[in-house]
Design a protein around this ligand. Sequence first.
Ligand SMILES: *[C@@H]1O[C@H](CO)[C@@H](O)[C@H](O)[C@H]1NC(C)=O
Ligand SMILES: *[C@@H]1O[C@H](CO)[C@@H](O)[C@H](O)[C@H]1NC(C)=O
Ligand SMILES: *[C@@H]1O[C@H](CO)[C@@H](O)[C@H](O)[C@H]1NC(C)=O
Ligand SMILES: *[C@@H]1O[C@H](CO)[C@@H](O)[C@H](O)[C@H]1NC(C)=O
Ligand SMILES: *[C@@H]1O[C@H](CO)[C@@H](O)[C@H](O)[C@H]1NC(C)=O
Ligand SMILES: *[C@@H]1O[C@H](CO)[C@@H](O)[C@H](O)[C@H]1NC(C)=O
Ligand SMILES: *[C@@H]1O[C@H](CO)[C@@H](O)[C@H](O)[C@H]1NC(C)=O
Ligand SMILES: *[C@@H]1O[C@H](CO)[C@@H](O)[C@H](O)[C@H]1NC(C)=O
Ligand SMILES: [Cu+2]
Length: 581
Amino acid sequence: MEAFHRIFTNSRCSFIFFAIFFLFASALSIANAKTHEHTFIVQAAKVKRLCKTHNTITVNGQLPGPTLEVNNGDTLVVKVVNRGRYNVTIHWHGVRQMRTGWADGPEFVTQCPIRPGGSYTYRFTISGQEGTLWWHAHSSWLRATVYGALIIHPREGATYPFTKPKRETAILLGEWWDTNPIDVVREATRTGAAPNVSDAYTINGQPGDLYKCSSQDTVIVPIDSGETNLLRVINAALNQPLFFTVANHKLTVVGADASYTKPFTTSVLMLGPGQTTDVLINGDQPPSRYYLAARAYQSAQNAPFDNTTTTAILEYKSAPCPAKKGVQIKPVMPQLPAYNDTATVTAFSKSFRSPNPREVLVPKEVDESLFFTVGLGLNNCPPNFRARRCQGPNGTRFTASMNNESFVLPKNISILQAYQQGIPGVFTSDFPASPPVKFDYTGNVSRSLWQPNSGTKGYKLKYGSRVQLVLQGTSIFTAENHPIHLHGYDFYIIAEGFGNFNPQKDTAKFNLVDPPLRNTVGVPVNGWAVIRFVADNPGAWLLHCHLDVHINWGLAMVFLVDNGVGKLQTIEPPPVDLPLC
Ligand SMILES: *[C@@H]1O[C@H](CO)[C@@H](O)[C@H](O)[C@H]1NC(C)=O
Ligand SMILES: *[C@@H]1O[C@H](CO)[C@@H](O)[C@H](O)[C@H]1NC(C)=O
Ligand SMILES: *[C@@H]1O[C@H](CO)[C@@H](O)[C@H](O)[C@H]1NC(C)=O
Ligand SMILES: *[C@@H]1O[C@H](CO)[C@@H](O)[C@H](O)[C@H]1NC(C)=O
Ligand SMILES: *[C@@H]1O[C@H](CO)[C@@H](O)[C@H](O)[C@H]1NC(C)=O
Ligand SMILES: *[C@@H]1O[C@H](CO)[C@@H](O)[C@H](O)[C@H]1NC(C)=O
Ligand SMILES: *[C@@H]1O[C@H](CO)[C@@H](O)[C@H](O)[C@H]1NC(C)=O
Ligand SMILES: *[C@@H]1O[C@H](CO)[C@@H](O)[C@H](O)[C@H]1NC(C)=O
Ligand SMILES: [Cu+2]
């Protein structure tokens, strides 16, 4: 009896011990996951670029806006106060937003805009993502100047899957108009023509040495002999895929879109707008100054584009001092690929792999097999329009579509609200699963196919369904590399190629072993890409081209994902301060 009592007490003790241990451990991990509170004041500020002072919409008067730094598992609470003169919303690009779709941001999709004088607090948790993301306005063309980095470090106590770099530098590639970008898009909407191209690209808000009145403010990126710097490169440009390189230095890619990649070494990156790439760079060159440079990858033929080059300077701390004050060593200029070097782009995008096949969760079977065409079009001038409203090619207006549907945003309610509350008349759910007309997508497309329908159409997905989506570029008007971005999800890119996707031949090329996980895929010019994901996040999720000019023309659609069973598979109720129209 005594012995039994002793054992009983001991096991009770150990039970209590373990209970306390677990309580403590879970309290510790809760204490470890932090909540970061920020206030974003959207406001006009005076910004001097290209010899001129501009009244520019910014966040907190900064360009780029504030960098947010968190650990995987942390929660962000960002109060956005609109003191500008335009409607605004903020999108947290690449954040999964599990069950928090109300915080995703695209105007009229997950919320109505924050009107001038209004505010909205975005609350969401970063879960299972590490690396580099970013945030940007998702209203008209405000993201030209309203954007910033979102850096996600490993969970506290966890490490990178590579040697910890001595330094880390966010490199935001931007696009600058020497005028108000809102005027540029409004002019294009009025005329039906392509909007004016930008006047400069920027690195961390500065055009750099090669532009007028800019050398004083060229961004300096520090490094020292023998040390490693992690460059977190973000393409925040509005309309232009960009090449990026650093003179005389190799770049080791270790991550993209906040997922790690199997490391590979390259001398040049190409990022479509929306994409991020994390690279390690070693201080293994003679101490000196080297340019980091970015310029256009332009895949559309005979289309005007901004053919300028932005630079920053990689500067060794031990670089020789200038002989005379103000006389600097001229930085080494790198070789950039030709603007139309698609072969380099293909080699680069095909180098991406997931690092650990055992952690790859790509669905092997699919429930939904979708095929969407993506491309441009031309609308004939409507009978009631004057000629000055039809200044597209030969008196037309530019348009764009997926599966021949040019997307139109609602104007008086968000799609998510209409979907959740069953409000009819806002959208229809008949977005086609495959092209209504099959044609030679990348060939000489008959003029009778160039004019799409327009409307607000979604495609419904059951909770948990396994989705395969073939994105097929078209050569209507002109073929182009389209960076297609999906909100609310990461997806695996299992294959890409040129010409028309051929299920008989191309299925054999699917990589179901170690495909990269991303949120934006560059669909090759006159080609296709295949992605897979599991629809495990209920809500209304935009799929769109991240060239803003193409969104304006309608290159978008929305997935409507059902709630599953129980609270953990159901979208949270809308926040009380959600802006309504
Ligand atoms: C666009 O470019 C044209 C031609 O250079 C110019 O006349 C027009 O003012 C520009 N539009 C805007 C909004 O700056
Ligand atoms: C773009 O600029 C480069 C020089 O930087 C020049 O060689 C090239 O011809 C230009 N291309 C176009 C299409 O303007
Ligand atoms: C790129 O453009 C140049 C002219 O600017 C042309 O000579 C060359 O053939 C083009 N290359 C490709 C791959 O299209
Ligand atoms: C515009 O018209 C000209 C002359 O008829 C023709 O050569 C050209 O292909 C047309 N372009 C488009 C995009 O329709
Ligand atoms: C929104 O506007 C559309 C037409 O533009 C109308 O049919 C619909 O009833 C309106 N919905 C709400 C909620 O006001
Ligand atoms: C494309 O087809 C049209 C007729 O459908 C023809 O007039 C034109 O020459 C063709 N263009 C090319 C490049 O084959
Ligand atoms: C798109 O729809 C319009 C209107 O129904 C039709 O004229 C056109 O041929 C269609 N184009 C394609 C590519 O399906
Ligand atoms: C601003 O948002 C409101 C809805 O909240 C909308 O009615 C209005 O048209 C928007 N203004 C512009 C210029 O888009
Ligand atoms: Cu596009």
